[in-house]
Design a binder for this molecule. Structure first.
Ligand SMILES: C[S@@+](CC[C@H](N)C(=O)[O-])C[C@H]1O[C@@H](n2cnc3c(N)ncnc32)[C@H](O)[C@@H]1O
Length: 328
């Protein structure tokens, strides 16, 4: 029998056999891409697609009828740099298994490597599927501020002179700008491609209720479990690399190890905020400066800030091409 609130050090397709049918409320994950990252082998595209079909068949079996699946993917780069967007390649597999598509969310980034022979990648996507039409979507749990909260109706009619925007905030839309966990992000562990916690928070709050079961079959450094625990959901995780399972458990525990080290700056800051201990006594993996900075000095900007900055930047770049040559 599997236990909840636990991360298993297993291969997903072996582990999934232990999960009973229709028990999971939400699956949220980012899979290995088979492109030769440090935790995986490069595998041919056909093999990857047949592995994916087996994985999605298991997802369908273990999801409750009211359940949701969020699958976050980027691109597969084939021979000679040929570009295959994973969401386009995988979408037919989901549809063949009768998953019902709800959204294709575009996750944009301000930064990344600069390509030389094509446009630089600045987005990934998240496919949202449900198993039936009887699914959960709690919009009130995830509203964001209105752009023009003080706008009033100006046409004669019922709304004339009244506020036209919902004071509770608006739907966040399907373009998300959560900061990627790189560089000096306070959540960064030694894992190379973590989810940002705020992105998983939105997904969990929108599609689950307290005590629901949230499963990440490729959980890496444990982000999904950390967020699920924080919001009083039960979690279940699976991860093939033991080192990542240890990091995930360390994040969940939130205490220093025997060397007074933490898996990331966020966990360290949280610990000293709670205990009042001197932050200079501790270190964290991927430490940048000599002494960790406390949470009062942290500079964390909202998703909206990143979204607006990105749009400002893209608009500026479109309006100011470096070369304004005449058309020939
Ligand atoms: C894209 S990363 C997920 C990172 C995670 N979202 C986080 O926040 O840290 C994919 C993870 O899947 C793991 N993995 C690869 N193949 C696996 C398999 N067959 N079963 C379970 N985990 C696997 C990798 O070790 C890697 O940590």
């Amino acid at each position: 029998m599997i236990k909840y609130n636990k991360i298993y050090n297993k291969d997903f397709l072996d582990f999934s056999k232990k999960i009973p049918e229709e028990t999971i409320d939400l699956i949220v994950t980012s899979p290995p891409y088979g492109i030769g990252k440090e935790y995986e082998k490069k595998i041919p595209l056909e093999d990857y697609l047949s592995w994916s079909t087996k994985v999605f068949t298991e997802f369908r079996r273990i999801l409750k009828d009211t359940g949701s699946l969020f699958y976050q993917v980027g691109t597969y780069v084939g021979e000679k740099g040929v570009h295959y967007p994973w969401d386009i390649m995988l979408f037919p597999l989901f549809v063949n298994l009768e998953f019902i598509s709800r959204n294709r969310i575009i996750w944009i980034r301000q930064h990344g490597t600069h390509a030389k022979h094509k446009f630089s990648n600045r987005h990934e996507s998240i496919l949202w599927f449900t198993k039936s039409h009887n699914y959960k979507f709690n919009l009130d749990g995830i509203r964001v501020p209105q752009k023009y909260p003080n706008k009033k109706g100006y046409r004669k009619g019922k709304l004339y002179g009244k506020f036209t925007s919902d004071p509770r905030g608006k739907n966040p839309g399907d373009v998300w700008a959560f900061r990627n966990v790189k560089h000096n992000h306070e959540e960064q562990t030694v894992h190379p491609c973590q989810f940002p916690e705020d992105m998983i928070t939105r997904i969990i709050l929108a599609t689950t209720d307290p005590k629901d079961i949230v499963f990440d079959p490729f959980i890496g450094s444990g982000t999904t479990a950390v967020v699920a625990k924080h919001y009083n959901r039960r979690f279940l995780g699976c991860e093939i690399v033991e080192e990542y399972v240890n990091i995930a458990n360390h994040r969940l525990k939130g205490e220093p190890d025997k060397n007074n080290n933490f898996p990331n700056l966020k966990t360290l800051r949280h610990y000293v905020d709670l205990t009042g201990e001197d932050i200079a006594k501790f270190t964290y993996s991927r430490q940048v400066g000599k002494v960790p900075t406390p949470s009062k000095n942290s500079r964390i900007f909202s998703e909206n800030y990143h979204l607006e900055k990105t749009i400002e930047r893209i608009t500026y770049e479109a309006e100011n091409p470096r070369f304004k040559g005449e058309c020939k």
